[in-house]
Design a protein around this ligand. Structure first.
Ligand code: PEP
Length: 256
């Protein structure tokens, strides 16, 4: 497993070019934490200018199409993301699963398209509140992992860290309601078991991130939890001040 925590910001449908100054501030601050791998997924429109300006952090997309090109109005392919400077893409975010009816099979195909295009991929999974209250959280998430991850054949050449799974309980996203650390630990262990079942030893390099209302106050406890390899951060990644506080919770500032 990669030693560096992976802290990824997801700007969702937020940010015009005026926000590039904020992204540059995040980039400058991230350079002071060499032990933390930091990445940001701005909207498509900002990927190229941000990737060109970023020195210390990776730039990614928030979604991609399964096809490399073709008659898919409004969609963006994984090779197009790579072409404008992205090095990774988030797939299967619960907002896409809900708003666009994305199935596990589609998420898996997108993840495989991303791998084919040379991108890293973050595959999102997570249960709804109804599923948790019904005692089905682990079963739901385990099934999502089984069916959404790229197949073992698709990752034959996979470098450690190329695939991450983000556990994001749907009820914790953007709500200010964060999962209990003990529930996060239990779910990450369940996800790790599914990753091992899918990939065997090769799966050791797959990081599991937590996402859902991570902020400056709760980041340290979540990031220190057993099995948590980083965080996927929505709202708190939009401002350098709050995002850098999360980066700081993940690592030590260099003194040089
Ligand atoms: C997300 O959308 O991936 C997310 C975790 O959002 P927030 O941090 O705002 O809950």
């Amino acid at each position: 497993m990669s030693a560096s925590p992976y802290i990824v910001g997801n700007w969702k449908m937020n940010g015009t070019r005026a926000m590039l100054a904020e992204a540059r501030a995040i980039d400058r601050a991230a350079a002071r934490y060499p032990g933390v791998q930091v990445a940001l997924a701005p909207p498509f429109t900002l990927i190229q200018p941000f990737a060109e300006a970023a020195q210390a952090i990776a730039t990614g997309g928030q979604d991609c199409h399964v096809a490399a090109k073709g008659a898919h109005t409004g969609d963006i392919s994984a090779p197009m993301l790579a072409d404008c400077g992205a090095s990774f893409v988030i797939v299967g975010h619960s907002e896409r699963r809900k708003d666009h009816g994305e199935s596990d099979a589609l998420v898996k195909a997108k993840a495989e398209a991303a791998i084919d295009a040379g991108l890293g991929v973050i595959v999102c999974v997570g249960e709804t509140l109804e599923e948790r209250d019904a005692g089905k959280a682990e079963a739901v998430v385990s099934k999502q992992v089984d069916k959404s991850l790229p197949s073992a054949e698709a990752i034959a050449e996979l470098a450690p860290g190329r695939i991450s799974v983000a556990y994001e309980p749907v009820w914790a996203i953007g709500t200010g309601r964060v999962a209990e650390v003990e529930d996060v630990v239990a779910m990450h262990a369940a996800i790790r078991a599914r990753i091992t079942a899918a990939y065997g030893d090769k799966g050791e390099g797959v990081r599991i991130l937590y996402g859902g209302s991570v902020n400056a106050e709760n980041a340290a406890a979540l990031l220190a939890a057993e099995g948590v390899g980083g965080a996927l951060v929505g709202g708190a990644s939009l401002a350098a001040e709050s995002f850098v506080a999360i980066i700081a919770a993940a690592g030590t500032e260099s003194v040089a």
